[in-house]
Design a protein around this ligand. Sequence first.
Ligand code: FES
Ligand code: FE2
Length: 554
Amino acid sequence: MHSFHVVTLALVAPTHAFKGGFSWTRQWYPLAFSKVTDRSVPHRLELLGEPLVLWYDGVNEAWCAMIDACPHRLAPLSEGRIDEKGAIECPYHGWAFESDGRCTRVPQGVDPLDPKLLSKCGGTSYVVAERQGLVWVWGEPLNFSEADPKQLPDEAQIPICEALEDDRFVWIDVSRDMPYSADMLLENVLDSSHVPFTHHQTISKRENAKPLPLVLTETLSADGFSGENRVDGDAGVLKVQGSAPPTRRTERTTVFRAPTYMHHKIRSGGLAGTDAENDFDAGFETWTVAYATPTGPGRCRLFARFPFRFPPPKPRTGLLGKLPSINLPAEVFRRVPTWAQHMGQLKVLDDDNIFLPLQERRVADVGGWKRGYVTPTSADLFVNTYRRWFDAAGPPPHASHAVDYFRGAALDKASLLDRYAQHTKHCTACSGALTNAQRISKACTALLLALGTCTPWAIVGSSHAVLGAASALSTARTVPTALAATCGLIGTLVSRPIGAVTLSALALFAIRQFAQSVAEKLTTGLGEYPPPRNRPEGEGAATELRTVEQGRAR
Ligand code: FES
Ligand SMILES: [Fe+2]
């Protein structure tokens, strides 16, 4: 056991002291994906244990955020409404506030022309920005009456994803409230070696597991670190670790930008042995991007983005060359409905959600990662380096009044896999799809009942013709006549009322099953539990033992 710890320390980067400490509050944090957040109502969210109200001011076309407590008597503003002027109106006595927290209305009688009096009624606001489809908030609240404009945060510091600035990329976005802390989430996503096992037969398989020769290309600092995975193998769609022999030169790089952002980037050149071998624009490129917003103790909000760039279409010749060039995989990808993309991603996230909260509590119970983890291979380099960053930065300064889910949260499977509470209720695409699926299911049930009442009539109306066709079949003596009689019977069944009733019932039943399945998958992951990795049967055994030396191989 002791020697493992010696190896662990040898594999991680040297410690760099954080000069001047690390500020968790003077940072930009994503709060929501703009496209799937309902603009017609205010939302109660959290940042560092502080409840915030987020709303969209349609008049000034801007997202706004304040502490979710009215300055009058501390009622939650998120239970109010957005008024005609785009201000948030308190549900209790109707005071209204603009984006900078300024109070603009006190219906009980403060003179609206007395700015001195009104200034006493203002609330605490946050600076909000929208970049790359995300709503960002600066972690330090702002009291508008005391704010120094020079102290306003710089939007250039927002940790954007470079791939999204390139219009050759298409991508999937998904967010989810996770029942574990932001550091646990980042540690998990930085660790590619869990993918073949945790996500066996969802996005990878056990056979893909292999030693990961990870190296740092930028040493640890307060800003984060960068590294590279020097494993051989092709990059495929969502394949984090290649298993095939390399037919393309493939680069795998990883970046962590403190405190919330990380990405893995995999890109391949053209086919080996061709002129395009080192041309990364000719190959496939995929990113896994994760932002982890520390919402409170024992919980965080994940913003995952998966940008893809497909190889450019091959040049066409002749008549086809005159047609406009389209990248077919990218076009197909763009047309998958958002709710269907989210449904798939929720299943993948369930794979980790079911055990990471238990692991996180165990790490705390044993006195932290340094005491609890045994990490003898280079596959854990990024995990260890991230942990060293986290130790140096110190834990996020959650508000003292924050609800502590770390020790108080329910850890039963239904709670951990509660897709509705963790995602669907915040996502307009999925909540809309859920409502539609429930309506379709009810409509199909009603139509099936109505068809049931028609069945006796359909039987009576069809019986004469059906009996005739059946009797022709029963008297057929040769194969050709039997075949002809069978076709006749099928034709009679389909063309008579009984056939129409039966086919309609089958179609309605199939549609209802599909709608119910969508509704369930947007509500809970329990129906898909246990995941394929738990099942003893089937393919995918990781049979080959790996030595520590192999694990370190470069
Ligand atoms: S508590 Fe908000 S107006 Fe009274
Ligand atoms: Fe969704």
